[in-house]
Design a protein around this ligand. Structure first.
Ligand SMILES: [Fe+2]
Ligand SMILES: [Fe+2]
Length: 405
């Protein structure tokens, strides 16, 4: 899972952020926190006498988020007694695939990791750390959600529940691998603290399906695009983790396919005008979040030899094409006007960031933000209202009795 949908939640201003610890400095006070964002770096151990504290840090609009849902409704949706659309044979087949565990022995590290990390210095080191942190948080977010779904659905639908548990296994592996990567930079994300301290965003099951499906598929396209690019241009492979992306992204692809099967089993989430509006809304949120996030971190993408905007547009277009197979409507992202709108949002977002960095008092900052937020909202609305592409899979029709006869 690569949670790229932070725009779906209004800014939650001063939430606790995950704690980064320095595993090489055991004498550090246990509760000292380090900001999770780009500034994280191997800092000098603080004085042992320093008062232990949890630092409240401003969580940005675009930070990766954790999700929770209505588990009772989920239980109902996957109850085979209630929902006759559930194609248990398809889920059984998917379960066998997850049990095969193609990547069981894939995530094995070697000494190249540490050596490569030591060579990454200067501003790129910080941006690399941030990439690992954000990716780890996003993967871990998937782990928590899937683990809970696996637990809660055990009674009503053991097959679906087991798939969720096996997906949480995959995400734990991904998060763990990224966290080990942080140890190469003498850091570690405290995942236990993250679980407790992070704010959870609530989504109804229907929205979890849209958002998670998109998250998995966009994750797949991001990983595979980076992998292919670095295979062609190995001189930019600054850190060995990218070599693992090819098999890794197949996990994300399978996760996305599972959500596709789940949505097919809930045709009411795909076949009416509301579903079309929500589908477009989620596509827009996910694409814009990624674009704005990545444009704030061009140093990372340029550092591995990518053009950030070209990379993002490729990922958006491919994700949109994949999504069009299941969502009843998607955005016309291949219309050049869509990219122009994204680029204007980037400019507005940069101005918003600049306002935040001034020395002004909060009131003045907020006043300065108003026209910018209005401009951003108007661009978002205009992008949302662009003529969409009618899409969707016809194969879920086979679950609808009226079409079978
Ligand atoms: Fe993952
Ligand atoms: Fe995933």
């Amino acid at each position: 899972m690569a949670a790229e949908m932070a725009l779906l939640k209004p800014i939650s201003k001063f939430a606790n952020t995950p704690r980064l610890t320095n595993p090489r400095a055991p004498s550090r006070p246990r509760f000292t926190t380090i900001r999770m964002s780009a500034t994280a770096q191997p800092t000098a151990p603080k004085k042992p006498t320093e008062k232990a504290k949890k630092q409240a840090i401003k969580e940005t609009l675009l930070a990766p988020r954790f999700y929770t849902t209505d588990f009772d409704e989920m239980e109902q949706l996957f109850n085979t007694e209630i929902n006759k659309n559930l194609n248990q044979a398809e889920f059984e087949a998917l379960l066998q695939e997850f049990k095969t565990d193609y990547n069981q022995t894939h995530f094995v590290r070697n000494k190249e990791f540490k050596e490569a990390a030591d060579k990454i210095q200067g501003p790129l080191r910080q941006i690399f750390v941030e990439f690992l942190e954000r990716s780890c948080t996003a993967e871990f977010s998937g782990f928590l959600l899937y683990k809970e779904l696996g637990r809660r659905l055990k009674k009503t639908n053991p097959v679906v529940a087991e798939i969720f548990s096996l997906m949480s296994r995959d995400e734990a592996r991904h998060a763990g691998f990224l966290n080990k990567g942080l140890s190469d930079f003498n850091l570690a994300l405290d995942l236990g603290f993250l679980t407790k301290a992070r704010k959870y965003t609530f989504f109804k099951p229907k929205f979890i399906f849209y958002a998670t499906y998109l998250s998995e598929k966009i994750g797949y396209w991001r990983y595979i695009t980076i992998y292919r690019h670095l295979k062609e241009n190995p001189e930019y492979r600054l850190y060995p983790i990218f070599k693992y992306f090819e098999n890794w992204c197949q996990d994300e692809n399978r996760h996305g396919d599972f959500f596709s099967a789940l949505m097919k089993a809930q045709p009411q989430f795909l076949n009416d005008w509301k579903a079309k509006l929500w589908s477009r809304f989620f596509c827009l949120s996910v694409y814009v979040t990624m674009y704005l996030n990545d444009c704030q971190r061009t140093a990372f993408y340029e550092g591995i030899g990518l053009n950030t905007k070209e990379f993002d547009m490729h990922v958006i277009i491919e994700t949109n094409r994949t999504t069009a197979r299941i969502f009843p409507a998607v955005l016309d992202v291949e219309n050049p006007e869509f990219k122009r709108k994204l680029d204007r949002m980037v400019v507005i977002n940069e101005k918003l960031i600049a306002v935040g960095e001034t020395e002004d008092i909060p009131l003045v900052k907020n006043l300065k933000r108003i026209p910018l937020i209005a401009a951003l909202a108007s661009e978002l609305l205009a992008a949302y209202l662009m003529p969409p592409i009618e899409s969707g899979s016809v194969d879920f029709a086979e679950f609808e009795p009226q079409l079978v006869y």
